[in-house]
Design a protein around this ligand. Structure first.
Ligand code: PEP
Ligand code: MN
Length: 337
């Protein structure tokens, strides 16, 4: 529920309401405004008589949140959340482009790609060090050596870095290197992992599960928000349908739907949706036109030799061409790239 304080409620009154909520077993998350403060309270309200709160000085109203997710909901917070990643914003007017190979493979290719995507206008460099592969025989990632290469590339280019963690035991290690922690589609409902990452307070890129509903996706965000982490970026990456012409079906509707029901930024991964590089550009443009706050695109300096997801990776020059084309789409919807 949300406790709406009266305009210009006193600090002391806000504090007393918060203390009362804690005493009643709720977790509180105040949003302080110049004029109005609202306090989000999450907990078991079955035993609560809301009159206890309504009778307190400075309290204007108590509003229940109808959605099963609370802190992730628009009811809880009306304004869009802009996630700040050490100076790079995701969810503001500027569309954030994440780019890089599926996996960090070696310094030569990785650094070349990093420098290139930076010069083409990307703000965040992607690269998996722990890869969730369908086959146990496939390349699993360079693990800590990969994380070190990511950090070196950040040093060299100034790009922020995003990388996936697939095991709660590695959260501490990955948070030492990454600017944004990625939770892959396969782990969207790995609740222990979500809690561990929530507690780390690092910005998170939360991919939608392969067969998850939008509600389940927002519930996964809620797990982390409940741990205190508000810096969640949602990522639509295609869902499994009966269609086999693409690797997954990009759910374009998920963009306006998630943005209607949640204040969190939504980005799109056209690469894992398409599975084929040729469809990446049109899907990217569609995503921006539909209101996405960013894109995460797989780019490789030599896709034919890639150890992971080569067929869906853009070559360097195709990526920079796409970046130019995106400017036109972005400006048509009042955004910049
Ligand atoms: C990835 O980003 O390389 C990846 C494995 O994505 P997803 O979890 O969406 O399949
Ligand atoms: Mn990939």
């Amino acid at each position: 529920m949300i406790i709406v304080m009266k305009n210009y409620a006193k600090e002391q009154q806000i504090m007393e309401v918060e203390n009362k909520l804690v005493e009643l077993g709720f977790k509180t998350h105040p949003i302080y405004g110049e004029i109005k403060t609202v306090i989000g309270a999450v907990g078991d309200k079955r035993l609560l008589d809301t009159r206890v709160l309504l009778d307190m000085a400075g309290v204007d109203s108590v509003i229940p949140i109808m959605k099963p997710y609370k802190m992730a909901s628009r009811e809880y917070k009306q304004e869009d959340t802009v996630v700040d990643v050490s100076g790079v914003s995701i969810g503001g007017k500027e569309i954030a482009i994440f780019a890089g190979p599926c996996a960090v493979e070696n310094k030569e290719h990785f650094f070349e790609t990093a420098r290139y995507v930076k010069s083409a206008g990307a703000k965040i460099l992607r690269g998996g060090a722990f890869k969730p592969r369908t086959s146990p025989y496939a390349f699993q990632g360079l693990q800590e050596d990969g994380l070190k290469m990511l950090a070196e590339a950040r040093e060299m280019t100034g790009l922020k870095i995003v990388t996936e963690v697939i095991d709660p035991r590695d959260v501490e290690l990955v948070t030492q290197y990454a600017d944004i922690i990625q939770i892959g589609a396969r782990n969207m409902q790995n609740f222990r992992l979500l809690q561990e990452i929530g507690a780390s307070m690092k910005p998170v890129l939360l991919k939608r599960g392969i067969s998850s509903t939008i509600e389940e996706w927002l519930m996964a965000a809620e797990y982390m928000m409940l741990e205190g982490n508000q810096k969640i970026i949602l990522c639509e990456r295609g869902i499994r349908t009966y269609e086999t012409a693409t690797r997954n079906t990009l759910d374009i509707s998920a963009i306006p739907v998630a943005k209607e029901h949640s204040h969190l930024p939504v980005i799109v991964d056209p690469s894992h949706s398409a599975g084929t590089w040729k469809y990446v550009s049109p899907l990217s443009k569609a995503a921006i036109a539909a209101g996405a706050d960013g894109l995460i695109i797989e780019v490789h300096s030599n896709p034919k030799e890639a150890l992971c997801d080569g067929p869906q990776s853009l070559k360097l020059d195709t990526f920079s061409q796409l970046m130019k084309e995106l400017q036109i789409i972005a400006s048509a919807v009042g955004r910049t790239v």
